[in-house]
Design a binder for this molecule. Sequence first.
Ligand SMILES: Nc1ncnc2c1ncn2[C@@H]1O[C@H](COP(=O)(O)OP(=O)(O)O)[C@@H](O)[C@H]1O
Ligand SMILES: [Mg+2]
Length: 266
Amino acid sequence: MKSPRVIAVCNRKGGAGKTTTAVNLASELAALGKRVLLVDLDSQGHCAVGLGLKVAPGAATVHALFGEADGGIGLMEVVQPSCIERLWLAPADQLFEHGSGTRDPLRLAQALADAALANQFDLVILDTPPSLDILLLNALSAAHWVLVPYVPHPLSFEGVRQLMRVLFKVMSVQNPDLKILGFLPMTAADHIRQHRSISADVSRQFGAHRVLGGIRNDIKLAEAFAVGKPVRHYAPGCRGAQDFAALAASLLPVIDCTESPGSSLI
Ligand SMILES: Nc1ncnc2c1ncn2[C@@H]1O[C@H](COP(=O)(O)OP(=O)(O)O)[C@@H](O)[C@H]1O
Ligand SMILES: [Mg+2]
């Protein structure tokens, strides 16, 4: 049985483009034929908004996995279909208090090791909260790859560095196989000197091959989110849709090269 590949979309800063990336990359990979489960670990619940889904009050959410005691709930029990073919959501609990609940970093990894999940999904994308908390640790402990969107301005570089420190700790304890899928410049513009210089810093520190083709500034991405659609369904062919399609196409060979340790970008 092939277990689904897991990508954690992380950056400890809010507004870095994590949810935009998680929702749109998930929908692009679904369009390319992958069966994708989007897991919303951020209690702001923005993934449901971006997919136009209403989560009924009292509905089971992924945060049920993170209670103090193991509540015995499985991830499959919280999965909902979306309006998009091959794309499902494990929604967030907007009442979950980040910092509360379990201290166990492996709850999510254990929940993902479920034969029913392996049968239904090829890929799991984790949207994460903008904090260095137990949910981020769970995401990094459960993932095969981490994808780091960043807005190229000076403060965001510090956020990336802080995330990397946590990442290297997780690699040395809970998840030695975790790999960096890439750093994704959001709203990047080559003609802006500061953007070029921040992306050059990221390249120098983490390797040029890990800086992915970025997502240009496109108001259509924000509009798509507001109407509850991935951008490819809201404004096909716009800059944002083109860039996410190119990103998904560039990541697909890496995602498809499953078990070989030499196949990832790191
Ligand atoms: N490439 C982009 N062009 C224009 N707006 C963007 C772009 N990427 C993200 N945004 C907008 O920036 C805001 C923050 O993005 P979001 O994905 O919610 O960040 P995070 O999940 O890291 O907090 C949202 O309003 C989103 O629509
Ligand atoms: Mg978000």
